[in-house]
Design a protein around this ligand. Structure first.
Ligand SMILES: NC(=O)c1ccc[n+]([C@@H]2O[C@H](COP(=O)([O-])OP(=O)(O)OC[C@H]3O[C@@H](n4cnc5c(N)ncnc54)[C@H](OP(=O)(O)O)[C@@H]3O)[C@@H](O)[C@H]2O)c1
Length: 200
């Protein structure tokens, strides 16, 4: 697949590396520091471009910027022209659903919520392990979800289809729980797995 990534931080850079390693073509964008962008992309085996160029390039676009930057980045990106957007953002400290806001701002895109429930810092540990944790995702477009499920799998996780876009707030609250366990309770960060008792 061709993947345009917006955001070259923990999530964007980490997934650029995992997806390039899995054989996808990746263009990284969205850093405000061009030398950082080139370095991060070089390390990940990805190309670099402007935000609109990454949107043009990708069959799938990963949105991996802080919540406060999402509105401006979507303005800069221009119309996504029916493409698939993976919303990996977490809107911590605000009751608005980031997914629902992105769907409103990009009405012709197929938005899929994914990757927001896993700490990017765990990607490295995942690569050293044979375990395949679960990752929940949701969205309304079956074709878009098929592509995203493949990308979840290529990043080392077992994709769990949580249903339509009405499930996005629940997935956003799961991320809040995961973050709370790690930071407030000091017992993470965790990956997770849904299992029948016989599978444990
Ligand atoms: N970190 C995690 O483990 C994790 C896990 C799941 C979901 N998320 C969510 O994924 C998103 C990205 O998280 P992250 O940890 O990858 O963030 P990060 O490391 O801070 O990286 C954010 C990227 O967005 C860019 N950006 C563009 N406009 C920006 C602006 N106005 N203000 C700040 N940054 C701007 C940054 O540019 P520069 O390169 O110039 O800084 C950077 O490349 C967030 O919504 C977060 O809640 C994070």
């Amino acid at each position: 697949m061709r993947i345009g990534i917006i955001g070259a931080g923990n999530v964007g850079a980490g997934l650029a590396r995992l997806w390039s390693g899995a054989g996808h073509e990746v263009m990284l964008s969205g850093s405000r520091d061009q030398s950082k962008l080139k370095k991060v992309a070089g390390d990940a085996g990805a190309k670099t471009g402007s935000v609109p160029a990454a949107v043009e390039f990708g069959d799938v676009i990963l949105l991996a910027v802080p919540w406060r930057a999402v509105g401006d980045i979507l303005d800069e990106a221009g119309p996504p022209n029916g493409k698939t957007i993976i919303d990996a953002t977490n809107n911590v400290g605000d009751e608005t659903s980031s997914f629902q806001m992105i769907e409103r701002r990009a009405p012709d895109a197929s938005v899929v919520k994914a990757f927001n429930t896993i700490f990017a810092a765990l990607y490295d540990e995942m690569e050293e392990s044979e375990a395949r944790p679960d990752m929940v995702f949701c969205g309304d477009d079956a074709e878009a979800k098929k592509s995203v499920a493949q990308l979840i799998s290529d990043a080392g996780f077992n994709p769990i289809d949580a249903g339509g876009s009405e499930q996005a707030p629940a997935i956003e609250y799961l991320a809040r729980l995961v973050i709370n366990l790690a930071y407030a309770q000091g017992i993470g960060p965790f990956v997770y797995r849904f299992a029948k008792p016989s599978e444990l």
